[in-house]
Design a protein around this ligand. Structure first.
Ligand SMILES: Cc1cc2nc3c(=O)[nH]c(=O)nc-3n(C[C@H](O)[C@H](O)[C@H](O)COP(=O)(O)O)c2cc1C
Length: 336
């Protein structure tokens, strides 16, 4: 059974689900699983150098032609602290990537280039102010990133953010992201008016994902109380597992870091240095046998209890959504 929304129509999907972009985690195999199951796979351009990016796009482009539905997109970090952003965008535009998601910064340039060949752009937003900027820039949809999301989580619950976006920008479709890991979660977001759901942490616990078994095991073992927000990774609050190393380095910036982050003249340089240092730490953390682990994950770690193939995860999510809907209807009829 398929579900049709304006996003599934925009992107040619049979089910309104995106496999969310995850730095150092998303890979070609995971994207192919998304495509063959009729959903959208999104990966960060940051996961590849220019040649790698060209290869993976070419491979996904040809893989996609084997299926009636299913798609892929590229996530671009449009912040000044991403020094290769223009190069990444040029590669993607040159190869006519079907759609983009943007995080942080001003998405105007991505929207302009993507629209020049008819590609869609969905912008991560965590509040109405940033949403207004993206709407003015002409985005095709919002990705509402709420509390408890893996990575850069937003401050608001999706139960508030999704309807607030729909009320303020009724023409712009909303993808709900953060804290969703099962079919009833998907159903709840569709009932709030979201046009699709984006899910990250669930897919780390998959066989196709190539991070260390320790990282996957930590997700299975973590409860919601083990997920904390750290300012130490990128300067923007990041949801991570509270590993011994995360505890050791602390979650908050010290007063000097805060001062530098607040000053517009020094902010950009500080963020660049911080990100470079922590990218190395994150890269080491996905490898086996590492002790200083910084593992990004959202609160859905609470709900994830097994490592499965992506095909099985997606099929299970679809089944749970349909079963959840049926059970809800039965409940209403019984009560009326
Ligand atoms: C390990 C990891 C890495 C992430 N990297 C990125 C990234 O590079 N770019 C981005 O826009 N979002 C990134 N995110 C956020 C996800 O795209 C998505 O918003 C989030 O995973 C949704 O919340 P969930 O994990 O509860 O499903 C990352 C999330 C995780 C868990």
């Amino acid at each position: 059974m398929n579900i049709t929304t304006n996003i599934t129509q925009h992107l040619n999907l049979s089910f309104p689900l995106m496999m969310a972009p995850m730095y150092l985690v998303s890979n070609e195999e995971m994207m192919k699983a998304a495509i063959r199951n009729g959903i959208a796979g999104v990966f960060p351009a940051m996961n590849y150098d220019s040649n790698g990016l060209k290869n993976v796009i070419a491979n996904l482009h040809s893989y996609k032609t084997n299926f009636q539905s299913g798609n892929y997109g590229v996530n671009i970090i449009v912040q000044k602290s991403n020094p290769v952003f223009e190069e990444q965008l040029a590669v993607c535009v040159g190869l006519k990537v079907p759609f983009f998601t943007t995080s942080l910064g001003n998405p105007s340039i991505v929207i302009e280039k993507a629209h020049s060949y008819g590609a869609k752009v969905y912008c991560d937003v965590t509040n109405l102010t940033h949403a207004k900027k993206c709407a003015n820039a002409g985005c095709d949809g919002f990705i509402a990133v709420g509390q408890g999301a893996g990575g850069h989580a937003g401050p608001y619950t999706l139960q508030v953010l999704v309807p607030a976006l729909i009320e303020n920008f009724p023409e712009i479709p909303v993808v709900a992201s953060g804290g969703i890991a099962n079919g009833t979660g998907i159903l709840s977001m569709l009932s709030l008016g979201a046009s699709a759901i984006s899910m990250g942490t669930r897919f780390i616990a998959s066989h196709e994902c190539k991070v260390s078994e320790e990282y996957k095991k930590a997700i299975l073992e973590a409860g919601m109380e083990d997920i904390v927000l750290s300012e130490r990774i990128s300067g923007t609050p990041n949801s991570i597992i509270n590993t011994p190393y995360a505890k050791k380095i602390g979650l908050k910036q010290n007063w000097i870091e805060k001062l530098i982050t607040k000053n517009p003249a020094t902010k950009i340089y500080f963020k660049k240095i911080l990100q470079k240092k922590n990218m190395t730490l994150l890269q080491k953390s996905i490898l086996p046998g590492n002790y200083n682990n910084l593992w990004i994950a959202g609160q859905t770690a609470e709900l994830i209890n097994d490592i499965q193939f992506c095909d099985d995860i997606i099929q299970q999510l679809k089944q749970e959504t349909f079963e959840g809907f049926t059970q809800m209807v039965v409940k209403f009829f019984r009560q009326s």
